[in-house]
Ligand binder design. Sequence first.
Ligand code: IPM
Ligand code: MN
Length: 374
Amino acid sequence: MTTYNAACMPGDGIGPEIIAEGRKVLDAAGEKFGFDINWTDFDTGAEKYLQTGELISEDELKELGKFPAIYFGAIGDDRVKPGILEKGILLAIRFYFDQYVNLRPIKLLKGVETPLANKKPEDIDFVVVRENTEDFYVGIGSRAKAGKQRDHLEVIRDLYSVKFGIDVETDSDELAYQIGVVSREGSKRVMEYAFDLAQKREKKLTSVDKANVLTDVYGLWREVFEETKKGYPNVTTEYNFVDAVTMWFVKNPEWFDVVVTPNMFGDIITDLGAMIQGGLGLAPGGNINPKGTSMFEPIHGSAPKYKGKNVANPLATIWSGSLLLDSLGEHAAASAVVSSIEHSILAKAVTKDMGGSMHTSDIGDWIAKDILRG
Ligand code: IPM
Ligand code: MN
């Protein structure tokens, strides 16, 4: 029997409750399909930060690096200023392990209500491949203080001294800037991943950008897309601007198969995607480094107000677990997990937010049993 080693980081808020359900399901999938997952727990999160002042240490990161996969719950806590845990833990892991693909399936499961009138499961079934390490997420920016990033400041100074009469040297609290970085290598590798995925699906890839306005960064993105597509003559390609794509996701989701997009646009359009597939409770994600350590997490947050109430919907986490199985090469088990999620929805064995009466802790049991039966 194959044994996989995986890290588990439940995190804050509802994280531990939803991860517990995910683990029940993945363990059942192992039993059914003949493998074992040997879990190692990490207590990284708000509690530890509040007690020790440490977000995530180099040692913890090194330890995590021994695993092919991390199963991640959620982070965020009312007692910590927004951004600290998100940047210090979640983004830290994404960047440390160079998880350059953020894979976010947008799929309407049978029995799920979508807010889009007349759209059916066959209409809403695509995948967003979000670049996950560049763009405005590189963390280069400044509340403009003279002396930092001088060359950029020169330009900004000229612009704003005329526009609002701001003297950047003295009015250092009057403006801030953030830099988005796109690189040829960084774009190429995520596009290749997206093309490979499209080849396994309907062979259609849409690049989403804003190359009509942000011509430097997304101009390069397009140039790389044009080059990369030459290697995939059997994949149909098109471009959409990000503003327009938000309309098409709503009006014609059936047009899309695989979408590849820079980091920040990917962040935004996948929340829209989550909504059309039934809400954040049903939106899974994977942060993938195909040759390293990947991390799987629901795209929703830690919902602190539901912590410990046994009401949170664990389906997004369970579905993310299916992506984890896929990354380990356990494809049959991965699809069995998604099928059983679908069965639970059709049987109305769901939490209150989806119109059911089950508790968080019932869901994993139900789905695990369904997998073992199936
Ligand atoms: C997401 C989240 C994160 C992001 C935050 C919490 C850093 O919104 O995973 O989509 O912006 O990527
Ligand atoms: Mn987001």
